[in-house]
Design a protein around this ligand. Structure first.
Ligand SMILES: Nc1nc2c(ncn2[C@@H]2O[C@H](COP(=O)(O)OP(=O)(O)O)[C@@H](O)[C@H]2O)c(=O)[nH]1
Ligand SMILES: [Mg+2]
Length: 217
């Protein structure tokens, strides 16, 4: 029994080392695309981050990769107007999708974004999983529920990640709605990860989940 415990412990240590190696690797911005024609060719597996403006997308990408300002943390919401691609150690690509649900942009801008995201999600063969970031402090918003149905219909695996849990405990109604949806939507990962880019809570768990979804752990 002791031997089994020891080897499990060793496997865990090896796993965290592998995760650190991956996420501490060189990470560089490779391309930004505002139109479908600007999407870069890519053979590496892609993990896309999506969510409402100001949900904490850039912050979580920075936390995952141990950076401070890799993905620009915007002061005014809705400033990330293009799909940004980051190459991590030549092993995977992290994709920062433009935020949705921000009212103070023109209808035309909104349509351009929607079209671009839709095109990217539906046509990207390198896309392995979408990480849907949701602010833990409010009941489920229609735009987030809509995004979940959209990924389900596009047959793209996705996982809900709660942000800003250092500010408040996750809203009870939000958890109930998300758990219910995770049960009915087959492409939704059953595990909802709670994170804080500030305290780094849950960031390890998210790294593990990403590594698992591209089959390197
Ligand atoms: N307290 C706290 N603030 C956060 C967290 N994540 C993001 N923020 C703040 O929320 C704001 C929006 O973050 P940002 O990463 O730019 O969001 P994005 O628009 O989704 O890329 C910034 O002021 C961040 O500092 C978090 O986990 N905890
Ligand atoms: Mg951002």
């Amino acid at each position: 029994m002791e031997e089994i415990d020891l080897s499990l412990e060793q496997a865990k240590v090896a796993q965290s080392k592998a995760l650190l190696r991956l996420f501490q690797a060189d990470c560089r911005f490779v391309a930004g695309a505002a139109f479908a024609s600007q999407l870069p060719h890519n053979n590496l597996p892609e993990i896309a981050f999506v969510g409402r403006s100001n949900v904490g997308k850039s912050s979580i990408i920075n936390a995952l990769t141990f950076r401070k300002s890799l993905a620009r943390v915007s002061i005014s919401p809705g400033r990330t107007r293009q799909i940004n691609f980051f190459n991590l150690g030549n092993i995977l690509t992290l994709v920062d999708l433009p935020g949705y649900g921000y009212a103070a942009v023109s209808k035309q801008d909104l349509n351009t974004w929607k079209k671009l995201i839709t095109y990217y999600i539906q046509s990207r063969s390198a896309l392995r999983k979408v990480i849907l970031l949701v602010d833990c402090r409010h009941p489920l918003k229609e735009s987030d529920a809509g995004a979940m149905h959209f990924f389900q219909n596009a047959a793209i695996p996705f996982q809900v990640v709660l942000t800003k849990v250092d500010k408040e405990a996750p809203h009870k109604q939000l958890l109930e709605s998300l758990e219910k949806m995770a049960l009915t939507l087959s492409f939704c990962h059953p595990q909802i990860i709670r994170t804080s880019a500030k305290t780094k809570l849950g960031v390890d768990e998210l790294r593990l989940s990403i590594a698992e979804s591209i089959g390197i752990i």
